[in-house]
Design a protein around this ligand. Structure first.
Ligand SMILES: Nc1nc2c(ncn2[C@@H]2O[C@H](COP(=O)(O)OP(=O)(O)OP(=O)(O)O)[C@@H](O)[C@H]2O)c(=O)[nH]1
Length: 336
């Protein structure tokens, strides 16, 4: 019988480190002489993560919605098309950080009914500091979604351990074990793990039944988790296209002062006080700027993802930074 094509799903909350891991895995397979392909899903209208992946890697993009609800049916079609067109040796599906992974598992297993594809496992990347904070407050839709992503993982990467103490790492490991009794837990900084060890630790995907029959769980939480996919359309994205470069300091300040309801932002910006363009990343209140020379035509753009934030306020602020709006009345007064 023809060998089936291994498929991995990368799950994890927004900004936890999925793309960082994806880059490592792609590098690993390429050094082994394999041909990996990627399906990327973004809530925004542009695929900024795709810029971080080498151009030679075949990639299917599903933009402007979350695989697990708005475009779930499409995933199976995308996967089939990618396999036929590119004949890869391995496929990775990176879902939006807001996706319920069980829906993606469904789509992949559906594809395997008529294609030689085999779901190898579901890797969930956890932002250690973010989860710790949510665990301590024990509420909110984000918390329940993270819980769900952790429950159905076949391997768990406890990432960003540089942002927590050793005691906190122990505390959060106990939580992970409580929610998922089966998956190997691998602590990491920037997902720096031996790919062989990581892939070797994948022991299959857990079904929903297995997740919810876990002894330590409360039935109330299970109900919440099951409702999650239906209710996560509260997650919203605003995509802003820049027409003008902005001042670097003012923009950094703007990113630092983003409302708390914006939990992820990324984009490409040109500054009027530096010569290169920058890729910026913002996840769980930490910002990162990296010089970048994108291949091909890439606009200056920023994507903001969060819950119930005012996109018009962000837009106004950004237009002001771009000098496409008049200065605030207060500022005018001061200058008189
Ligand atoms: N401090 C710290 N930052 C990290 C670590 N791993 C990744 N990051 C940073 O976190 C940000 C988000 O990382 P990504 O790999 O893009 O996260 P993601 O899960 O792909 O994000 P989305 O696709 O938006 O959901 C980037 O600025 C990374 O450089 C880590 O271990 N420690």
């Amino acid at each position: 019988m023809e060998q089936s094509l291994p498929v991995y799903i990368l799950s994890g909350f927004l900004g936890s480190g999925k793309t960082t891991l994806l880059q490592r895995l792609l590098e690993h397979w390429k050094t082994q002489g394999l041909r990996p392909a990627v399906i990327m899903n973004e809530l925004g209208e542009v695929n900024l993560d795709g810029l971080l992946v080498e151009q030679s890697v075949p990639m299917a993009e599903m933009l402007g919605g979350c695989i697990c609800c708005t475009s779930r049916g499409d995933l199976s079609t995308e996967l089939t098309t990618l396999v036929k067109k590119e004949s890869p040796d391995v496929v990775v599906i990176e879902a939006t950080g807001a996706a319920n992974p069980l829906e993606i598992v469904d789509a992949v297993t559906e594809t395997s009914l008529y294609q030689q594809v085999e779901l190898k496992g579901l890797i969930t990347v956890v932002d250690a500091a973010h989860l710790l904070e949510l665990y301590r407050s024990q509420q909110g839709a984000t918390y329940r979604l993270m819980q769900e992503q952790i429950r159905c993982a076949s391997v768990l990467i406890l990432n960003k351990t540089d942002r927590i103490s050793a005691e906190e790492a122990e505390e959060i490991t106990v939580v992970l074990r409580k929610w998922n009794a089966y998956a190997e837990i691998m602590p990491a900084v920037r997902c720096e793990l031996e790919p062989e060890a990581l892939l070797g630790n994948i022991g299959g995907v857990y079904s929903e039944e297995r997740g919810v029959t876990e002894e330590n769980e409360h039935s109330e939480q299970d109900g919440d988790a099951r409702q999650m996919h239906a209710s996560h359309d509260h997650v919203m994205a605003y995509t802003h296209y820049f027409k003008n470069p902005v001042n670097s300091e003012a923009f950094e300040r703007f990113v630092k002062e983003l409302p708390r309801d914006v939990y992820r932002a990324k984009g490409i910006v040109s500054f009027n006080d530096t010569s290169s363009r920058f890729l910026f990343q913002y996840a769980y209140r930490e910002a990162d700027f990296m010089k970048i020379t994108p291949q091909g035509e890439v606009p200056d753009v920023a994507v903001f993802i969060g819950e119930h934030f005012s996109s018009s306020e962000l837009r106004t602020e950004l237009l002001r930074l771009e000098k496409r709006l008049l200065a605030r009345p207060a500022a005018v007064k001061r200058s008189l």
